[in-house]
Design a protein around this ligand. Structure first.
Ligand SMILES: Cc1cc2nc3c(=O)[nH]c(=O)nc-3n(C[C@H](O)[C@H](O)[C@H](O)COP(=O)(O)OP(=O)(O)OC[C@H]3O[C@@H](n4cnc5c(N)ncnc54)[C@H](O)[C@@H]3O)c2cc1C
Length: 525
């Protein structure tokens, strides 16, 4: 759809810098569905609404500090108060418009149902402590789908229902079914590609975009939603070119949009299970639909493994039983508003734990960060440590670990153990575990050489001195990002490796031109 044909979200703010910043963020959430129109204040809002009504352009919402004149402009216009940057928010490094997301999602769902009904939206009902409901919400949020979450007081195994924008109701859908029904996935267009990238985090999407720009046909096989670990973070502050930072979801959606523009084929909710040489110089990549046993495969001249890292597991009793029913690995940001009035615990001492704690502290009654060591600054950037110290309702318990998770169907408390062996029990509604990662390489089943910690060896450590940069022990199979042995665990580093591996792919194609059958692949740039 051409931008001009998209329905409009009017953003009214007399401060041009703040307005531009907020517009960029809101646009990034709804890039493919809405156009953000910036106006300078109440009078200009009225004029803009009249002009849009004359041109019959639908207006989905008006974001402004003051409500537009009643009935004066656009019929049935929905107004949402624009969040102001308070001193507190600014000190905590919050974005002025970040918390608008939940309110806007809700309002846009209603608008879509009342008017157009053609956007991929969803309404999710289920128990807040249902693991299945958590998986659905996490997937929708990270896929950029506008959705409304309606928690119910049911038992955790009550069915999860998802009502789509067109009225279809799905009960206990798998994420692959959701992806298909919401149009997020299309059947693979071909069975052979120049490059198959496994993993749609920053490293994989970067490799895909740069390889496509070199005229290669590319498929990305991702087991979940775009963005990888970065996709779940509330704020990335050190990524070049975004001086006020950006959310992981924003980065993921931007990267995916760029990949699609470059004609990369995007296959989410597909779990790679095997990479093997075909015997003709190509490689076969096997994968299954997430949540099903349905298997498929593609072949490719070259493969880029970008499967990153997964969370380390907590071994305390009760963790596995209460997983996704109060105990979570990582942090599902869309859950934060529903922790209002609750006591949230987090385990971890890295930047990811710090960022999540700051984000949840804006909603929960209290957030407690449990740190096994005695110095938070030893593993967390000092700017985060300082913000944590300044944030009311957020406390840090040093030298403390989880001895047991308590509760029947859902988490109700934690038994904490201190360094001196002392123990105490606290009431807790949720526990988020963010204790670093382990490489996602088990699925490779020994196909590639790994280092002693399970990361993929590349270059001279992989195939030997003849290997191309980032080539693994199997010629034609490359690895980038966090999964690669010796990698720097940063978004910028993963993106850089994705760009660099494209040069190895170009050299590999020069050596084996016959294997790259898709010279016709046209990049959309
Ligand atoms: C909460 C959090 C906050 C962070 N904040 C920052 C920050 O502020 N700045 C910064 O520079 N870095 C940050 N990082 C680190 C950064 O996110 C990672 O370094 C980066 O995402 C690595 O990218 P990647 O593509 O290599 O791997 P990942 O991001 O891990 O992506 C790998 C992808 O592969 C998929 N996958 C795994 N196995 C399979 C399979 N078998 N089949 C198909 N797909 C598979 C995964 O689902 C995932 O989507 C943060 C990390 C976390 C967890």
């Amino acid at each position: 759809m051409a931008d001009a044909a998209l329905p409009v979200i009017v953003l009214s703010d007399p401060d041009p810098i703040r307005r531009h910043e907020t517009a960029e963020l809101v646009q990034s959430w709804y890039r493919t569905s809405f156009r953000v129109l910036q106006v300078g204040g109440p009078a200009e809002t009225v004029r803009a609404l009249k002009a849009l009504a004359d041109r019959k352009v639908p207006v989905a919402a008006v974001l402004a500090d003051e409500a537009p004149e009643p009935g004066g402009a656009h019929p049935g216009v929905r107004w949402l108060p624009l969040a102001r940057r308070s001193d507190d928010a600014s000190a905590a490094g919050e974005h002025p418009a970040e918390h608008l997301r939940v309110a806007l999602d809700d309002s846009l769902c209603t608008w879509n149902a009342d008017s157009r009904g053609d956007l991929p939206t969803a309404e999710v009902r289920g128990s807040r402590f249902s693991p299945a409901a958590y998986a659905v919400r996490d997937f929708l949020g990270r896929s950029g789908v506008i959705f409304r979450w309606l928690p119910e007081e049911d038992a955790r195994d009550a069915p999860v229902t998802v009502r789509l924008g067109d009225g279809t109701e799905l009960t206990d859908p798998s994420i692959s079914e959701l992806a298909e029904r919401l149009g997020l996935i299309r059947p693979a267009g071909q069975d052979h590609y120049d490059v198959a990238v496994i993993g749609g985090g920053p490293g994989g999407l970067s490799a895909a975009v740069y390889a496509a720009a070199e005229g290669m046909s590319v498929v990305v096989i991702e087991d979940d939603a775009p963005g990888g670990q970065a996709g779940s973070t509330s704020r990335i502050e050190n990524y070049l070119g975004f001086p006020v930072g950006l959310t992981g979801g924003d980065l993921a959606q931007r990267a995916l949009q760029q990949a699609r523009r470059a004609r990369v084929e995007w296959q989410p909710t597909r779990v790679a299970s095997r990479v093997a040489p075909t015997g003709t110089g190509d490689h076969s990549v096997e994968f299954v639909k997430a949540g099903t046993e349905e298997a498929s495969s593609v072949t490719a001249a070259a493969v880029v493994v970008a499967t990153g890292v997964d969370w380390n597991r907590l071994t305390a009793p009760g963790v596995d039983r209460l997983l996704n029913s109060g105990v979570y690995y990582g942090s599902c940001l869309s859950d934060a508003p529903s922790t209002a009035g609750e006591d949230v615990y987090m385990v971890g001492a890295g930047n990811s734990a710090g960022q999540a704690a700051l984000y949840f502290a804006r909603y929960a009654r209290s957030v407690t960060l449990l740190v096994r060591g005695t110095d938070l600054g030893a593993s967390m950037s000092s700017y985060l440590v300082q913000r944590i110290e300044r944030t009311p309702g957020l406390r840090v318990l040093l030298g403390t670990e989880v001895a047991e998770c308590l509760g029947g169907d859902t988490l109700t408390g934690l038994r904490l153990r201190e360094r001196d062996g002392g123990e105490r029990t606290v009431g807790a509604h949720c526990l988020y575990v963010l204790i670093g990662g382990r490489p996602s390489t088990e699925w490779l089943g020994g196909a590639l050489k790994l280092d002693e910690r399970g990361y993929v060896l590349t270059g001279s450590g992989g195939a030997g001195p003849e290997a191309l940069p980032m080539e693994t022990s199997v010629p034609g199979v490359f690895a980038v990002g966090d999964v690669r042995s010796g990698s720097v665990k940063r978004v910028g580093a993963a993106v850089g490796e994705g760009a660099a591996v494209a040069q190895s792919l170009v050299e590999y194609r020069r050596r084996h031109p016959d294997r790259f059958r898709d010279a016709r692949a046209a990049c959309g740039f």
